[in-house]
Design a protein around this ligand. Sequence first.
Ligand code: C2E
Ligand code: CA
Ligand code: CA
Length: 405
Amino acid sequence: MSNWGSSSALKHFQMGETIFSEGDPGDWAYIIESGRVEVAVSDNGQPRTLRILTSGDVLGEMAVMDTAPRSASAKALEETVCVAISSQQISDRVQDADPVVKLLVNTLLHRIRNTSQVASLSHLKIPIGRQEPSSEEDDKGLDKMRLESELRAALDNQQLRPHYQPLVNIQTCQILGFEALIRWFSPTRGHVSPGEFTSIAEETSLIIPIGQQTIEQACRDLVQLQAVCPNSSLFMSINVAPRQLSETDFLNDLQAVTNQYALEPSQIKLEVTERVFMEDPDALATLKECRQAGFYVALDDFGTGFSSLNYLTRFEVDGFKIDRAFVQEILTNQRTQVLLTSMLAMARGLGMQTVVEGIESQEQLEALQQSGCDIGQGYLFGKPLPFDAVKQLLNQELVHNSSKP
Ligand code: C2E
Ligand code: CA
Ligand code: CA
């Protein structure tokens, strides 16, 4: 008889013992630790061996993953020890998986079950074709793959373009620089939200060429914008994903672009979120090198997520961008006001520059002007605009400033 160790998931099978039989429900999968297991199907009443599995092989996972009955039997050929994996353990993993991975796994499982070898076992009543109508989950997976393919094509066809949102001196409202925010207008989908497609790009290596193209365009456009206002040293903020920073060539490529356009590194601000502290350590090392080379590094969306105070003891940044969630409540929630004021005081104490994002009203601006933040960004000063419109905005500002007494 098999026995369950009370304190371990190890299961022991004697020689000749059945581990599971065709038609059984898929309650456990197994990793073979030692011994040998024969997997067989019955073909017109005769057992037909499919394979012999040994130490390190996984067994019985299919029925656990797709909850169909076992389509084969497993028998220990000698004394065998397995680690049992519960259906709960597997379904937790499958639930948390990326929808694309889930879709691929389901498709693969279904295809395996429909191979002639297994499908011929009509007594198991394994349906041929799709097991069930496409689920919402599968649709999500398919849509994600479609979006990714279209994004790849959009990159090749130059359909991705940065727009530029002004960053202003909070006291004078004078434009100091811009943030490059990528835009995708797809011929089939229309405007796709950057939140949606940048996260897909970041899950794959697509963010690397997209990011490089954005850096290149933003630097080229910055030179032209600086030409409109030769007396002010406009800067450009560029969002950078951890995956881009993990590339060994990131700094070299960045320097090649800034050299090509004769830009000072200090005119480029790299915006990173605190995810950079949690992922690949190489990304953090690259960021350090970027700072050493004179590029400015700002921590974006500050105050959201897991908040980075602990990281800040180990890694210096040049500035914070306080998330717009704080500005939204600055006039209505006293706790938010206290938190915002404390974050600004902390930044000042650390000698860092502060940007507050998402300023939409004059009242919010006035409250922030009192609180000692340096730079403002938000619809009040300007939405992200295409290059030509930004150039026009700068020209207007120039005229406006020159007409001041
Ligand atoms: P983010 O870096 O936090 O960018 C600020 C977002 O706030 C932008 O959204 C901007 O349009 C929006 N915003 C600015 N002012 C206001 C305001 O006053 N009110 C409101 N409601 N929203 C405001 P957007 O352009 O949709 O970008 C979303 C996110 O996509 C960005 O968040 C950034 O995480 C990502 N993203 C955009 N461009 C790039 C890029 O070139 N590379 C990478 N890696 N991510 C990018
Ligand atoms: Ca940003
Ligand atoms: Ca932000």
